[in-house]
Design a binder for this molecule. Structure first.
Ligand SMILES: [Zn+2]
Length: 454
């Protein structure tokens, strides 16, 4: 109990500004992975390390948790976790758990004053608490956690009814930092060093528009990453946050990307020059599809004479989602002659993209609707003049068709001079934090050694 309380104190709330967090990480990837593991799984190790390092860096005081050491009576408690099944109601679930109908009714009625049972999801876990007296189990409370860190409980009261209340944990954010030399591939190296898989994939995704992972990365290149992680009040790691900094050193070239929220609050990743790494347009706004017809002159499969094909045909099963090729505004969403069900998006003053033969439009897609790159806008079909389910995709530049596979795809936006000021200071803050975490990690390492000698 004490260990958990103490570890929670080490956490930073909100921003990346803190240096105390540096204790969690170290520059050597080996010990990093170890510490990370320690943090997540072994609170005893984690805590002893913290104790040793506390005098070196102000982390806030430790107060022994007096409440946890005083046990009032011989009352014992038992906890049981049950899972919601499809078609379950709370009442059903409680009765299946062996709780008497009348009590189950009281508990659910009370709970549903603050929790809408429609929000129950299959496989959702529900905690039942019992008091145990002389071997007799008495059901005393039920807790639902609709979201991580948000609990709703119905608890038996003195008058043998139930009262409900809710609790919100404040999740705290802490920073994690990893770096290492790439041996075989970025993915395998990063995972080996202890970077969680999902973070590693997102890291790779960030660079996917600017780095060809097959060709550009060689062994001896290196990576750095700093990301946010959220823990609950018990110090449990509950959620991985955003990557704040990611960099690749490819031979002599360093590409560093920083997460930055502009004045409007839109977050994106920018390189040191304030250039967004997000490509403005996608050449293939659909996944798992193959090209069945390219751009250019061809004999038309239905009309049977030579004709210009103004787009790329991607064959895919009916119903395959189609994504917006870039951020923009829907200019047209409706039937259009041979195109069948058709969507056209205006991305900026220069580019438009068009999507034809759709089976249907995604919910909410209509004229003047603003869409984000990668958002589902419709589904593959075979409407209009079409021989089978496929997406016909066009890119237009200044109103003229261009070959989606050949056009030099414009980069995402570049920050203007005003925004650059804010970006520069955010970037410096990130760099300072990253560096500080490296230098003070020596303390963490030393204390780890002391702790393990105990
Ligand atoms: Zn086509």
């Amino acid at each position: 109990m004490l260990a958990i309380k103490n570890s929670a104190k080490l956490l930073l709330s909100g921003s990346i500004a803190g240096i105390a967090i540096a204790l969690l990480v170290s520059p050597s990837s080996e010990s990093l992975a170890l510490q990370n593991k320690g943090l997540l799984e072994d609170s005893a190790f984690y805590d002893s390390r913290l104790d040793m390092s506390t005098p070196s860096i102000a982390l806030g005081e430790h107060k022994p948790d007096s409440a946890s050491s005083s046990i009032e009576s011989h009352q014992q408690y038992e906890q049981k976790t049950v899972k919601i099944r499809r078609g379950d109601t709370l009442g059903k679930l409680l009765q299946r758990a062996g709780i008497e109908k009348g009590i189950a009714y009281k508990a659910t009625t009370s709970l549903c004053k603050i929790f809408n049972p429609k929000h129950l999801k299959p496989k959702q876990k529900i905690t039942l608490n019992y008091a145990v007296n002389n071997g007799e189990k008495e059901f005393i409370s039920i807790t639902i956690e609709p979201k991580i860190g948000h609990r709703i409980t119905a608890k038996k009261n003195e008058s043998n009814g139930f009262s409900s209340f809710e609790e919100h944990d404040t999740l705290k954010s802490q920073l994690m930092r990893f770096e290492g030399k790439i041996r075989s591939s970025l993915l395998s190296t990063a995972i080996e060093k202890g970077v969680p898989k999902s973070v590693t994939y997102n890291f790779a995704k960030l660079f996917s528009n600017i780095v060809d992972f097959q060709k550009d990365i060689r062994s001896g290149d290196s990576f750095q990453i700093m990301y946010e992680q959220f823990v609950d009040t018990n110090g449990n790691n509950v959620k991985i946050g955003k990557i704040l900094f990611a960099s690749l050193v490819l031979r002599n070239e360093k590409i560093a990307l920083y997460r930055y929220a502009d004045k409007k609050g839109n977050s994106d990743y920018y390189d040191s020059n304030g250039q967004s790494v997000r490509k403005a347009l996608s050449r293939r706004p659909i996944s798992g599809a193959r090209i069945t017809s390219g751009y250019g002159m061809r004999r038309h499969p239905i009309l049977r004479y030579k004709r210009m094909h103004w787009g790329i045909d991607y064959a895919a099963p009916r119903g395959t989602p189609i994504y917006a090729g870039g951020d923009g505004v829907v200019e047209h969403a409706g039937r259009k002659g041979a195109y069948g069900k058709y969507i056209k998006i205006r991305h900026n003053s220069t580019y438009q993209t068009a999507y034809a033969h759709l089976r249907r439009y995604a919910k909410g897609i209509r004229k003047n609707k603003r869409v984000k790159k990668g958002q589902v806008i419709g589904y593959v079909g075979s409407t209009g003049r079409s021989t089978g389910p496929h997406l016909h995709y066009e890119i237009l530049k200044n109103g003229r068709h261009v070959n989606p596979l050949r056009v030099k795809i414009p980069c995402g936006r570049k920050l203007n001079r005003k925004e650059m000021k804010g970006f520069s200071s955010a970037r410096m803050k990130i760099t300072r934090t990253y560096t500080a975490m490296a230098s003070s990690s020596m303390i963490a390492n030393r204390s780890h050694i002391v702790a393990s000698n105990n």
